[in-house]
Design a binder for this molecule. Structure first.
Ligand SMILES: *Cc1c(COP(=O)(O)O)cnc(C)c1O
Length: 372
């Protein structure tokens, strides 16, 4: 059995060496060096955009913070609230709070696992909302068009947290917006990684330019800091990892594809729930979406007894974390229900077929034992 639910595989020292040598030559280590510019150009092309379509950052969290500050600004006394979905990783809430907002946490839709734009405007406090941060959970496909419409109808700024959704943009299922900035995480557990890192996607030059200044202390050309900002720049070393990762992309994609195919082959017809993998979600995740919470409880126990690493990626949703106790929480029955039913199974590019078969058999046998 693998020791952890994920064991990321990033470029080797050997693959990094040519890029590291370029850093030795340039003696540029950060502040938009040549490797960062090359990575941004290569990624923009990969996403099918002729012009610069993204700006890289030091992490997914700094990408989200910079996008909120650049697009919506800090909290104001008239608009102190940020709407977030209950079903997300704690990082989403931390980023909104660090921009000064009080969080207003709302439930997600049972089918999409995401905020429904149509259910927000009827909230009694909607007039006091300064930003909405919808999340595309587990690298799923964000509804860019719906949020563009929501933003233009309501004049309320939207920033999408699509942390793990790199492949949705790469495969052309998601479109990069000119009006709604979207953040990615390039953490080691995400499908495309620079170790730690992130990016803000937007096809508007003005938005990217503002994000670029926001991750560099709000400096203009005159080194005068003009607005609320942070240090969120990607370093040349991170960019080196990203460039080597891109060189390796096709091989890695093949390996990841065969892992999810093997899971599907083994678990097709399992009546305890359904398997959710790429392309619905990011390729670094395999979710078993149990039919009921009782099944999930039973299955979790069996996985633990057999030393199969597994994880509830979003714990019990944002309401479960002490750090967010002062937030405003709407009732979230959907999040309470799905967060305990989505079991994250071991996923890594070099996961042995025999191991996948063994994990699947455990799940299938658990099916036969239901009703013990
Ligand atoms: C990973 C993740 C983040 C945080 O990204 P970091 O790169 O770890 O800072 C934020 N939101 C979601 C939904 C994530 O999955």
């Amino acid at each position: 059995m693998p020791r952890a639910v994920q064991r990321p595989l990033l470029p080797s020292a050997h693959q990094l060496l040519p890029y590291l040598s370029r850093i030795d030559e340039s003696r540029i280590y950060s502040n938009r060096g040549p490797l960062v510019e090359l990575l941004e150009m290569r990624l923009s092309k990969l996403f099918g955009c002729p012009q610069l379509a993204l700006i890289t950052t030091s992490s997914g969290s700094s990408a989200l913070e910079a996008a909120i500050l650049a697009h919506a600004g800090q909290r104001t006394s008239q608009r102190p609230l940020a709407i977030l979905p209950a079903y997300t990783f704690a990082g989403t809430a931390h980023s909104a709070i660090r921009c000064g907002y009080d969080i207003l946490v709302m439930d997600v839709d049972a089918d999409t696992w995401m905020l429904n734009p149509e259910s927000l405007t009827s909230h009694p406090d909607f007039e006091r909302v300064g930003v909405v941060v919808p999340v595309a959970p587990h690298g799923s496909l964000p509804d860019i068009t719906a949020w563009e419409k929501f933003q233009s109808d309501t004049n309320c700024p939207v920033v999408i947290d699509a942390a793990a959704s790199f492949e949705q943009f790469k495969n052309g299922r998601a479109r990069i917006s000119a009006t709604v900035p979207t953040s990615l995480s390039l953490h080691a557990t995400k499908p495309f990684s620079t170790g730690e890192g992130g990016a803000v996607l937007c096809t508007s030059y003005d938005v990217l330019e503002r994000v670029g200044r926001t991750i560099n202390f709000g400096f203009d050309d005159d080194r005068n800091s003009k607005f609320a900002a942070l240090n969120g720049k990607m370093s040349e070393y991170q960019a080196a990892v990203g460039l080597a990762f891109l060189d390796n992309w096709d091989t890695l994609t093949g390996q990841r594809m065969s892992v999810s195919e093997q899971y599907h082959t083994c678990l097709s017809g399992c009546d305890l729930g359904r398997l959710v993998t790429q392309p619905q979600i990011g390729s670094t995740y395999t979710l078993f979406d149990c039919r009921t919470s009782d099944i999930a409880k039973d299955l979790t126990r069996r996985l633990a007894e057999n030393d199969v690493p597994h994880r509830f990626w979003y714990s019990s949703g944002l309401s479960g974390h002490y750090a967010f106790e002062s937030g405003y929480f709407e009732p979230s029955p959907v999040t309470q229900d799905i967060s305990v039913k989505h079991i994250g199974l071991p996923t890594m590019p070099d996961l042995d077929k025999a191991v996948i078969t063994a994990i699947s058999e455990l799940i299938l046998n658990s099916s036969a034992c239901q009703g013990d």
